[in-house]
Design a protein around this ligand. Structure first.
Ligand SMILES: [Zn+2]
Length: 455
């Protein structure tokens, strides 16, 4: 970029893509695209919106990104997926800096105007970007997503540092809730088995048969939770594609609802206390209700009840703050509501005509934006390329730009981003910490509060 004019001036140089990343992208482009759905999809939309996007640990989103990256070397499919996940973060970083300027701040449903403006404006812009390639697949990555993002067994990093029990935003997280329940059941099984061994035959208050039967019943329940949590990965993938990423370019809330209803029937009910596993254990029949009730920790009783009643409502309403009708309306027809919603409330007020000409640089007849004209889009593309580079390549770029800053982390997207919902997170990035370099690479746009002056 020419910092004086703010226009693209030419090429700085050519920089080698990291060898492992290049190999992964060549072999697994579909897994890369799935990764780009990022925490909107994996481990699921609500966990993504309530735990991964906002800063729910001292290190924020970065802790998730570093964790995924440090576990990404086991296969090219996984490397491609995680590279995609980082690309989602790059897009949010610039996209939300731009969007938050017009919504009055990071996504929140308090006030509800903010959430409405976010959905409306993001849908409006989404409809004006060139069609992507919609092939996105988690084939070969399902197990990685399950192990690293869903299976929060006691003692794992996921359990201790990321998807923390009783942590912020985790009360609606299926992976967290059922990992907690499973851990309780596993502890019960250990205790029941030990108690059964201690039973003396002459003690009528201690029945080894009953204790063993209860242990068997709880083992079956645990198996149902395992199976359901594994299936959750595919379910989340399908829900996200129905809502955000399909060739019909539709927010298909009905399809998402159907997918989630099916999951409730096939898995969630039995994960929540499996009546069908009881059949052979008639000896327990009178005690089953008691056992189920006692086994579910108090804090989980209400969330589980709500999941069973209407999983769609819990997930989508909580993630978006909207009913499905509202979500349909603002996401499929943002043009109609633009002028009424975007000219009131918090943030920079702007009408549709002015937004088209001054922000997207399009005429009413234009179907798509040219990304090179729209700063937030251009910068997203640049950042998406930079995060493919090896550390050495980034440092070569830094030297070519005349900067003495050097990247310490293995990837340029790591080490700084606190929240994906926030704006101006790029201030913490290696280039953002050196304005002279930053302005040679990134375009200025509305909402940016970093490096404001021409160096
Ligand atoms: Zn996001």
């Amino acid at each position: 970029m020419d910092p004086a004019t703010g226009k693209v001036a030419g090429v700085i140089g050519e920089y080698a893509v990291d060898a492992a990343v290049l190999d992964a992208l060549k072999k697994n482009p579909d897994q890369y695209r799935a990764g780009i759905l990022g925490p909107d999809a994996y481990p699921d939309v609500l966990t993504g919106q309530q735990v991964i996007h906002p800063p729910t640990n001292p290190d924020g989103t970065n802790r998730w990104l570093e964790y995924l990256w440090s576990n990404s070397d086991s296969s090219p499919a996984i490397k491609a997926f995680v590279t995609g996940y980082l690309t989602h973060a790059a897009g949010d970083m610039y996209g939300h800096t731009f969007i938050n300027n017009f919504t009055g701040g990071a996504f929140t449903f308090k006030p509800a105007d903010n959430a409405k403006k976010h959905i409306l404006l993001e849908s409006y812009i989404g409809k004006r970007v060139p069609d992507p390639t919609f092939a996105a697949s988690i084939a070969g990555v399902e197990d990685f997503i399950y192990q690293k993002m869903v299976d929060a067994r006691p003692g794992t990093y996921l359990d201790k540092e990321l998807l923390v029990k009783d942590g912020e935003g985790t009360d609606g997280s299926i992976p967290r809730v059922y990992s907690t329940l499973r851990a309780e059941l596993e502890a019960d099984v250990v205790k029941l088995t030990a108690d059964a061994k201690k039973c003396k035959p002459w003690n009528p208050k201690c029945s080894a048969v009953l204790l063993k039967a209860e242990a068997k019943y709880k083992k079956a329940w645990i198996a149902d939770i395992d199976a359901g949590l594994k299936e959750w990965v595919k379910t989340s993938d399908s829900v996200a594609k129905a809502l955000f990423f399909n060739s019909e370019k539709k927010t298909d809330v009905d399809k998402a609802q159907a997918i989630l209803d099916d999951y409730v029937n096939k898995h969630l009910i039995s994960m929540s206390g499996p009546p069908d596993a009881v059949g052979s254990l008639a000896v327990l029949s009178g005690k089953v209700q008691d056992i189920i009730l006692k086994a579910i920790p108090d804090a989980l009783v209400e969330p589980i009840k709500q999941f069973k009643r209407n999983l769609y409502d819990v997930l989508i309403k909580r993630a978006t703050g909207m009913s499905s009708d509202e979500l349909k309306r603002y996401s499929s027809d943002p043009e109609t509501y633009f002028d009424t919603e975007m000219t009131k409330g918090p943030g920079q007020l702007i009408n549709r005509g002015k937004f088209d000409t001054d922000m997207l640089f399009i005429k009413p007849a234009d179907k798509t934006i040219e990304y090179k004209n729209v700063g937030a889009a251009y910068d997203t593309v640049v950042m998406s390329k930079l995060l493919l580079l090896s550390k050495d390549s980034v440092n070569k770029l830094m030297a070519d730009l005349g900067s003495t800053n050097r990247l310490e982390k293995p990837d340029i997207m790591l080490g700084f981003i606190k929240t994906l919902d926030g704006d101006n997170q790029q201030a913490g990035m290696i280039l953002g910490r050196d304005c002279r370099s930053y302005r040679q690479v990134f375009m200025r746009f509305a909402g940016e509060r970093i490096c404001p002056q021409t160096p």
